[in-house]
Design a protein around this ligand. Structure first.
Ligand SMILES: Nc1ncnc2c1ncn2[C@@H]1O[C@H](COP(=O)(O)OP(=O)(O)OP(=O)(O)O)[C@@H](O)[C@H]1O
Ligand SMILES: Cc1cn([C@H]2C[C@H](O)[C@@H](COP(=O)(O)O)O2)c(=O)[nH]c1=O
Length: 234
């Protein structure tokens, strides 16, 4: 009979209780891997995150699935403000990093230390793309926040879903969901966000893989499976 305590669902914004990670903690366990998904709104990340988590589960890997902004109770409250309240650009950038600080402390770091893999919908590359690229935040301010909030930490692998803004916008519109403050931005904004993601990928080619998101979901899933295999299960 299993002695594992009950676990909260992978998408829970609550930090896991200490005993939920206990079976993996204690003895020296290898640190988990940190995988992030990025791209303009509507590029198709969410659909592929679910498939990726299923692939990892099938290999017996314990996965913490989470998102930014959000991932903790406080982070989800900040998300509501960030997605719906107008604010100054620098306020927006600092709130993104405030939510991230909490997320790292309460959820990401404990999970990685306990050997869980963390699959996160967006991380600091999104701040670079949206706030620096899209809105014009000064790069040195972004770099200062990044160095303060997660010095020396970057994802092990980042998948950037690359898609033309008009196709992404059509997908968002077809989904029928109420658009948030970011999704209501015009094409030019998403052109800049997309370019910033591609620039970030050029700056960190070992970590960031660009995925052509203008393909059928099954084709994209197969490519992700291949990338994960090459990177983590050679
Ligand atoms: N490869 C694809 N081809 C066509 N449609 C897709 C594809 N992937 C996802 N979609 C559809 O596009 C819409 C947006 O997909 P999804 O929510 O996965 O994007 P996202 O990148 O997570 O967007 P957001 O960042 O806004 O949450 C959904 O309705 C989804 O069903
Ligand atoms: C982390 C992060 C996110 N954003 C923006 C990008 C999206 O429009 C929303 C999050 O919505 P999603 O549907 O869950 O992807 O927030 C941002 O501008 N900067 C960031 O750092």
């Amino acid at each position: 009979m299993s002695t594992m305590p009950p676990r909260p669902p992978v998408t829970s914004p609550e930090p896991r209780p200490a005993d939920a990670l206990a079976p993996l903690a204690g003895a020296a366990v290898p640190r988990g891997r940190f995988i992030t998904f990025e791209g303009i709104d509507g590029a198709g990340k969410s659909s592929q995150i679910a498939a990726t988590v299923a692939l990892l589960h099938a290999r017996g890997i314990v996965v913490e699935q989470t998102r930014e902004p959000g991932g903790t109770v406080l982070g989800e409250r900040l998300r509501e403000l960030l997605l719906h309240e107008p604010m100054h650009l620098e306020t927006e950038a600092m709130l993104m990093f405030a939510a991230r600080r909490e997320h790292l402390a309460a959820r990401i770091e404990p999970a990685l230390a306990a050997g869980c893999w963390v699959v996160c919908d967006r991380f600091s590359d999104a701040t670079f793309a949206y706030q620096v690229g899209g809105r014009g935040l000064a790069r040195d301010k972004f770099e200062a926040l990044e160095a303060w909030v997660h010095p020396g930490l970057q994802p092990d692998l980042t998948l950037v879903f690359d898609l033309a803004p008009e196709i992404a916008a059509a997908r968002v519109a077809a989904s029928g969901a109420d658009p948030d403050r970011f999704e209501r931005e015009q094409r030019d904004f998403f052109v800049r966000v997309r370019e910033a993601y591609l620039e970030r990928a050029r700056l960190a080619p070992q970590r960031i893989c660009v995925i052509d998101a203008d393909r059928a979901p099954d084709v994209i899933r197969t490519e992700i499976e291949r990338l994960l295999g090459e990177r983590f299960f050679p």
